[in-house]
Design a protein around this ligand. Structure first.
Ligand code: MN3
Length: 222
Protein backbone atom coordinates (compact mmCIF):
# COMPACT_ATOMS: atom_id res chain seq x y z
CA UNK A 1 0.00 0.00 0.00
CA UNK A 2 1.28 3.41 -0.91
CA UNK A 3 2.27 5.93 1.73
CA UNK A 4 -0.47 8.56 2.02
CA UNK A 5 -0.24 12.29 2.56
CA UNK A 6 -1.84 12.85 6.00
CA UNK A 7 -4.46 15.60 6.21
CA UNK A 8 -3.55 18.67 8.20
CA UNK A 9 -5.08 18.40 11.71
CA UNK A 10 -6.53 21.96 11.35
CA UNK A 11 -7.72 24.22 8.52
CA UNK A 12 -5.08 25.97 6.39
CA UNK A 13 -5.88 29.33 8.01
CA UNK A 14 -5.81 28.04 11.59
CA UNK A 15 -2.29 29.25 12.39
CA UNK A 16 -2.77 32.81 11.14
CA UNK A 17 -1.45 35.40 11.52
CA UNK A 18 1.80 33.68 12.52
CA UNK A 19 1.82 31.15 9.67
CA UNK A 20 -0.43 32.11 6.77
CA UNK A 21 -2.91 29.91 4.97
CA UNK A 22 -0.92 30.51 1.77
CA UNK A 23 2.23 29.12 3.40
CA UNK A 24 0.41 26.07 4.77
CA UNK A 25 -1.29 25.34 1.45
CA UNK A 26 2.01 25.33 -0.39
CA UNK A 27 3.95 23.65 2.37
CA UNK A 28 1.48 20.81 2.88
CA UNK A 29 -0.08 20.58 -0.57
CA UNK A 30 3.10 20.91 -2.62
CA UNK A 31 6.24 20.29 -0.54
CA UNK A 32 4.96 17.55 1.75
CA UNK A 33 2.96 15.99 -1.09
CA UNK A 34 6.07 15.95 -3.31
CA UNK A 35 8.05 14.00 -0.68
CA UNK A 36 5.24 11.45 -0.40
CA UNK A 37 4.81 11.15 -4.19
CA UNK A 38 8.57 10.87 -4.79
CA UNK A 39 8.86 8.23 -2.10
CA UNK A 40 6.05 6.15 -3.58
CA UNK A 41 7.69 6.24 -7.03
CA UNK A 42 11.09 5.36 -5.58
CA UNK A 43 9.94 2.31 -3.60
CA UNK A 44 7.41 0.95 -6.12
CA UNK A 45 8.32 -2.64 -6.98
CA UNK A 46 11.08 -2.82 -4.31
CA UNK A 47 11.21 -4.69 -1.00
CA UNK A 48 10.29 -1.43 0.76
CA UNK A 49 7.05 -0.90 -1.17
CA UNK A 50 4.67 -2.22 1.48
CA UNK A 51 6.51 -1.09 4.58
CA UNK A 52 5.20 1.51 7.03
CA UNK A 53 6.83 4.93 6.65
CA UNK A 54 8.91 4.67 9.84
CA UNK A 55 10.36 1.33 8.71
CA UNK A 56 11.32 2.84 5.35
CA UNK A 57 13.06 5.71 7.17
CA UNK A 58 15.05 3.31 9.37
CA UNK A 59 15.92 0.79 6.64
CA UNK A 60 16.94 3.36 4.03
CA UNK A 61 19.10 5.15 6.64
CA UNK A 62 20.94 1.89 7.35
CA UNK A 63 21.31 0.91 3.71
CA UNK A 64 22.27 4.21 2.12
CA UNK A 65 25.99 3.78 2.85
CA UNK A 66 26.14 0.70 0.62
CA UNK A 67 23.18 1.28 -1.74
CA UNK A 68 23.38 4.69 -3.44
CA UNK A 69 19.69 4.54 -4.46
CA UNK A 70 18.74 4.55 -0.78
CA UNK A 71 19.85 8.16 -0.30
CA UNK A 72 16.88 9.51 -2.24
CA UNK A 73 14.56 7.04 -0.53
CA UNK A 74 15.82 8.18 2.86
CA UNK A 75 15.59 11.89 2.04
CA UNK A 76 11.98 11.63 0.87
CA UNK A 77 10.86 9.17 3.55
CA UNK A 78 12.41 11.14 6.40
CA UNK A 79 10.99 14.40 5.05
CA UNK A 80 7.55 12.76 4.82
CA UNK A 81 7.87 11.53 8.43
CA UNK A 82 9.22 14.84 9.75
CA UNK A 83 6.46 16.87 8.08
CA UNK A 84 3.69 14.62 9.44
CA UNK A 85 5.22 15.16 12.90
CA UNK A 86 5.57 18.91 12.32
CA UNK A 87 1.89 19.42 11.50
CA UNK A 88 0.98 17.75 14.76
CA UNK A 89 3.59 19.76 16.67
CA UNK A 90 1.66 22.94 15.85
CA UNK A 91 -1.77 24.04 17.00
CA UNK A 92 -3.89 27.19 16.61
CA UNK A 93 -2.60 30.07 18.78
CA UNK A 94 -3.56 29.60 22.42
CA UNK A 95 -2.55 30.46 25.95
CA UNK A 96 -2.30 26.82 26.96
CA UNK A 97 0.93 26.10 28.85
CA UNK A 98 2.66 22.72 29.26
CA UNK A 99 1.11 20.66 32.05
CA UNK A 100 1.87 17.79 34.39
CA UNK A 101 5.01 15.73 33.85
CA UNK A 102 6.05 17.78 30.82
CA UNK A 103 5.92 21.06 32.75
CA UNK A 104 7.96 19.48 35.56
CA UNK A 105 10.58 18.09 33.19
CA UNK A 106 10.93 21.40 31.31
CA UNK A 107 11.60 23.18 34.60
CA UNK A 108 13.97 20.46 35.82
CA UNK A 109 15.98 20.30 32.60
CA UNK A 110 15.99 23.93 31.43
CA UNK A 111 15.43 25.94 34.63
CA UNK A 112 12.07 27.45 33.66
CA UNK A 113 9.64 27.50 30.80
CA UNK A 114 11.10 30.82 29.62
CA UNK A 115 14.62 29.46 29.60
CA UNK A 116 13.42 26.47 27.62
CA UNK A 117 11.65 28.72 25.10
CA UNK A 118 14.73 30.87 24.74
CA UNK A 119 17.02 27.86 24.24
CA UNK A 120 14.73 26.40 21.57
CA UNK A 121 14.43 29.76 19.81
CA UNK A 122 18.18 30.26 19.79
CA UNK A 123 18.95 26.74 18.56
CA UNK A 124 16.36 26.98 15.79
CA UNK A 125 17.42 30.46 14.71
CA UNK A 126 21.14 29.66 14.66
CA UNK A 127 20.88 26.29 12.89
CA UNK A 128 22.82 26.62 9.64
CA UNK A 129 20.87 26.03 6.41
CA UNK A 130 17.92 23.65 6.13
CA UNK A 131 16.83 21.31 8.87
CA UNK A 132 14.66 20.82 11.92
CA UNK A 133 14.67 21.92 15.60
CA UNK A 134 13.47 19.27 18.05
CA UNK A 135 12.50 18.81 21.66
CA UNK A 136 13.30 15.17 22.44
CA UNK A 137 13.19 12.79 25.36
CA UNK A 138 16.67 11.37 25.78
CA UNK A 139 16.33 8.61 28.40
CA UNK A 140 15.61 10.44 31.59
CA UNK A 141 15.92 14.01 30.32
CA UNK A 142 14.56 16.45 27.79
CA UNK A 143 16.91 17.92 25.26
CA UNK A 144 16.85 20.40 22.37
CA UNK A 145 18.69 19.50 19.20
CA UNK A 146 18.68 20.40 15.53
CA UNK A 147 19.12 18.06 12.57
CA UNK A 148 20.29 18.94 9.05
CA UNK A 149 18.24 18.49 5.89
CA UNK A 150 16.04 15.40 6.32
CA UNK A 151 17.75 13.90 9.37
CA UNK A 152 15.53 12.78 12.19
CA UNK A 153 16.30 11.90 15.84
CA UNK A 154 14.26 8.67 15.71
CA UNK A 155 17.43 7.17 14.20
CA UNK A 156 19.37 8.04 17.37
CA UNK A 157 17.08 6.23 19.77
CA UNK A 158 15.52 9.49 20.91
CA UNK A 159 11.79 10.15 21.35
CA UNK A 160 10.68 13.37 19.62
CA UNK A 161 8.15 15.48 21.51
CA UNK A 162 7.93 18.49 19.15
CA UNK A 163 9.58 19.75 15.97
CA UNK A 164 9.92 23.05 14.10
CA UNK A 165 10.60 23.03 10.35
CA UNK A 166 13.58 25.27 9.58
CA UNK A 167 13.52 24.96 5.80
CA UNK A 168 12.97 28.31 4.08
CA UNK A 169 9.76 27.03 2.50
CA UNK A 170 8.27 26.97 6.03
CA UNK A 171 8.51 30.76 6.46
CA UNK A 172 9.74 32.55 3.36
CA UNK A 173 6.32 33.69 2.12
CA UNK A 174 5.45 35.15 5.52
CA UNK A 175 8.79 36.36 6.84
CA UNK A 176 11.19 36.36 3.87
CA UNK A 177 14.63 35.56 5.26
CA UNK A 178 13.71 36.42 8.87
CA UNK A 179 13.80 32.96 10.41
CA UNK A 180 14.06 34.42 13.92
CA UNK A 181 10.61 36.02 13.65
CA UNK A 182 9.02 32.80 12.37
CA UNK A 183 10.65 30.76 15.13
CA UNK A 184 9.68 33.32 17.77
CA UNK A 185 6.04 33.12 16.68
CA UNK A 186 6.00 29.33 16.66
CA UNK A 187 7.75 28.94 20.03
CA UNK A 188 5.66 31.66 21.65
CA UNK A 189 2.20 30.75 20.36
CA UNK A 190 1.86 27.67 18.16
CA UNK A 191 3.47 24.71 19.92
CA UNK A 192 1.03 21.87 20.57
CA UNK A 193 1.66 21.09 24.23
CA UNK A 194 -0.94 18.34 24.44
CA UNK A 195 0.85 16.53 21.57
CA UNK A 196 4.17 16.91 23.43
CA UNK A 197 2.57 15.60 26.65
CA UNK A 198 1.19 12.60 24.77
CA UNK A 199 4.61 11.88 23.26
CA UNK A 200 6.27 12.16 26.67
CA UNK A 201 3.79 9.63 28.08
CA UNK A 202 4.63 7.40 25.10
CA UNK A 203 8.32 7.62 26.02
CA UNK A 204 7.21 5.84 29.21
CA UNK A 205 9.73 4.05 31.35
CA UNK A 206 12.66 5.44 29.38
CA UNK A 207 12.12 8.59 31.36
CA UNK A 208 12.14 7.08 34.82
CA UNK A 209 15.16 8.66 36.51
CA UNK A 210 17.88 6.10 37.09
CA UNK A 211 16.28 3.51 34.82
CA UNK A 212 18.59 4.09 31.92
CA UNK A 213 22.18 3.00 31.45
CA UNK A 214 24.63 5.88 30.99
CA UNK A 215 24.78 7.12 27.40
CA UNK A 216 28.04 7.30 25.55
CA UNK A 217 29.18 8.67 22.21
CA UNK A 218 28.57 11.82 20.29
CA UNK A 219 25.07 12.37 21.59
CA UNK A 220 25.75 11.20 25.10
CA UNK A 221 25.18 13.32 28.11
CA UNK A 222 28.24 13.99 30.20
MN1 MN3 B 1 8.96 21.70 5.20
Amino acid sequence: MAIELPSLPYPYEALEPLVSGATLKTHHGRHHRAYVDNLNSLVRGTDLADKPLEDIVRQSARRKTTEPAMTAVFNNAAQAWNHAFYWRSLAPPSERAPQGALAQRLTADFGSHNEFAQALTTAATKHFASGWAWLVADRGALRILTTANADTPILQGLVPLLVIDLWEHAYYLDYRADRARYVGGVVGHLLNWSFAEENLRGAGEELQPGAAPPRTGRLGRA
